[in-house]
Ligand binder design. Sequence first.
Ligand SMILES: [Zn+2]
Length: 375
Amino acid sequence: MIKYRFPFMAIIGQDDLSLALILNLVNPRIGGVLIRGTKGTGKSTAVYGLPQIAPLIKVHESCSYNCSPEELDRWCPQCKSQQTNTIVEREVEVVSLPMNISEENLSGRIDVERLLKTGDKIFTPGLLAKAHRQILYIDEVNLIPDHITDSLLDVVASGVSTVEREGFSVEHDARFLLIGTMNSEEGELRPQILDRFPLSVTINTIRDVDDRLEIIRRNYAFEADPASFMESFKDVSDMMKQTILAAREMLPEIKIPESLVKNVVDFCVHYMVDGHRPEIVIIKTAIAYAALELKPEVESKHIKMAMKLALLHRTRDGGLKKAVNASDVDSWFDGIKKDREPDRTFSMDYDVQNLSILKGGYLSPSKKSGKVSPN
Ligand SMILES: [Zn+2]
């Protein structure tokens, strides 16, 4: 049966949220968004509408782990054992995490009885296998039990889900777009969990009268005839999908001026933002934003927006200070002189010879491996 979903492109007035979600489709390695806001502001509607603009994924028809046909070395045992795998292209799914999910249903189950009796290793994949390369959606993430969020965070960090029973373990890839929603009135998230969300957006009830009138019209039309309402937004959804695909292709070519990267680092040092992850997320997000606009180079507009998306939920000074706010980002950039230094492109080449540990003297420079080119 066809499930009708309110079209993503028909959502009105939640521009930051739409942008954050779209940037994650441009570069799925950004990893996800935390959506904060009061009830009835269309958080779930946006998430469930996302597959309509997401590029299709290629999978093996009979695979339960969504193995990518292109990543041969990562295939599950079943895909590896097949002579040929039939490849199908399909829409990305939103896999929703039920609040009362058990550890077994989340990570999968090893049939211990069978293992002990016959030695057969039978593994039933869980929700994390289903979510691989797709969207994992947690509504009210602040209400999920701690032990479930803890195992989830391990997987988010490593991209791999591991189940261990009776000295036997099963591993499979689990990389997904993590989208969580929460209503701050119902309790805050632990800082460790907050920090795992690369981006965050707070959405509020729209105050603009014209926008609210249009929301009424669109919801009325969708309820009356969902099929034709969806159809009327199909062209623009397909255009968005094409733009995302074009942006994906541009990603490796996008340049970023070194001065902008230094501005981000200076800001994070000045405001004592915890950890290094936020800076990495900001650069990744800004590059995706430039690509989405089909610009060859990241501009300060892209950086500013990326900072607002990546920093407004991050604690500072070891968790002692609250996150920065959007006006801190704006005023930081207003205060920067354009000609701070010559605008050369930031080089992503790392230096293999720069070994901090040498300063400790445990390793003499002569024992270092020869020159290795990072390229
Ligand atoms: Zn597979």
